[in-house]
Design a protein around this ligand. Structure first.
Ligand code: SF4
Length: 73
């Protein structure tokens, strides 16, 4: 069974996570551990860091499992 992508938002941006693409490199958790948490569910907490830092970290995801888009006003 395919696992659907999950979505998280902080009002400014929406971050999506596609588990089937994730290669578990933990680059996200190591880079921004207050947002990308390995031991808590839900594992992404967009209140854990400023939006610009989250966007920078999402861009570093090596597999493309993480993506973001800016929310419309
Ligand atoms: S950085 Fe991307 S590939 Fe690595 S654990 Fe996070 S979501 Fe998965």
């Amino acid at each position: 069974m395919e696992t659907p992508a999950t979505m998280f938002t902080n009002g400014e941006i929406t971050v999506t996570y596609e588990p089937k693409k994730c290669i578990n490199a933990e680059k996200c958790a190591k880079g921004l551990s207050n947002v990308f948490r390995t031991t808590v569910i839900p594992w992404i907490d967009l209140n854990g860091a400023p939006t610009h830092k989250i966007m920078t970290q999402v861009k570093k995801c090596p597999s493309g499992a993480l993506n973001y888009c800016r929310n419309k006003d």
